[in-house]
Design a protein around this ligand. Sequence first.
Ligand SMILES: O=P(O)(O)OC[C@H]1O[C@H](O)[C@H](O)[C@@H](O)[C@@H]1O
Length: 445
Amino acid sequence: MISLNIEKTFGFISKEKVFAYEAEVKAAQEMLEKGTGKGNDFLGWLHLPSSITKEHLADLNATAKVLRDNCEVVIVAGIGGSYLGARAVIEALSNSFTWLQEKKTAPVMIYAGHNISEDYLYELTEYLKDKKFGVINISKSGTTTETALAFRLLKKQCEDQRGKETAKKVIVAVTDAKKGAARVTADKEGYKTFIIPDNVGGRFSVLTPVGLLPIAVAGFDIDKLVAGAADMEKVCGSDVAFTENPAAIYAATRNELYRNGKKIEILVNFCPKLHYVSEWWKQLYGESEGKDNKGIFPASVDFSTDLHSMGQWIQEGERSIFETVISVEKVNHKLEVPSDEANLDGLNFLAGKRVDEVNKMAELGTQLAHVDGGVPNMRIVLPELSEYNIGGLLYFFEKACGISGYLLGVNPFNQPGVEAYKKNMFALLDKPGYEEESKAIRAKL
Ligand SMILES: O=P(O)(O)OC[C@H]1O[C@H](O)[C@H](O)[C@@H](O)[C@@H]1O
């Protein structure tokens, strides 16, 4: 189970002020529970973990087995909420060099449909030429250009290489129950499909088949992931006292920091496997809160790597930031620093120490330095990287995000701003139906 520590924000904001959010947080929680707030048609994530059935998990595991048995490589085609959750969990739990290992225990997982790079897609199709590959096509709307374009290429290649019959077996769609091109194609071709519920928005969908299917294909235990999330659903429940509820405290603390001029939250890890957890978190908070000309800007760094690049800015730049550190208490492997007689590198003071001890001292030293430098610091401690703990972490962030968005006074469940670039791109590409926009945009060039 994760824990949250906000002690190192108290030099910048007061404990009393944070605790004074109790009533506001309670009101926000009630809006979520009763569905009386903005965006109340997108609350399907709220009690999702505890409502996932054994049968549903068995269905996902069975489909994952078909892909695992029939594919050396599986492409997860999706973008934003239809991509980041799966990647976050898979990378957090995978061996760092998994794709380089000779003996594979699961298909190599590759991501596509999250960019429009011709070189990326060319190089991917080249790599796949002699591979038995399958595709999970994920799109809630079923019409997202990046994903649809990649899927068009991958579907054709899969059918050409493996034949229509096999392609039908190794292509799975995760999309809306009725609407969208991905649904139409899947029904016409007879693909196995999983539904993204109407009331779960993309960035809150990691615990639907959007995340669960790829995670199961990659060889991870989705039952444990969901169990971790379900336990966190209880820990962050609206019946839990404010002072005991980590989602409530996190939401209150970051809002109090924001109201005191801390406009940027940097999510920090000291473990490179968590890089995509930060990417997932940035979408969750960025799309939920960045609207009506307000909202904390969610940023992220990987330490100690980025201490050698962004560390200077964080230590001495504009004092408009705070940090939230995800700290992993126990690593999964043991490696000691060897002693060296010549000691030419001067590292014998570390001989016999675990590498993680060095990392932990870097973490502690960084916290003290940044707090001294004027950066408030929160810590989320994960006992270790496991399905159970990651499941809990994801739900914790979702719940806190719902509360935090309501504290900020925005609709945390829409993303109208995302459409602006799409409209321009379609106008520039002369998409049918955009004739007026095409004329207008050309006049601006
Ligand atoms: O799942 P899809 O409909 O393809 O959407 C994928 C993503 O793109 C959209 O533009 C939104 O900004 C995201 O919230 C969403 O997760």
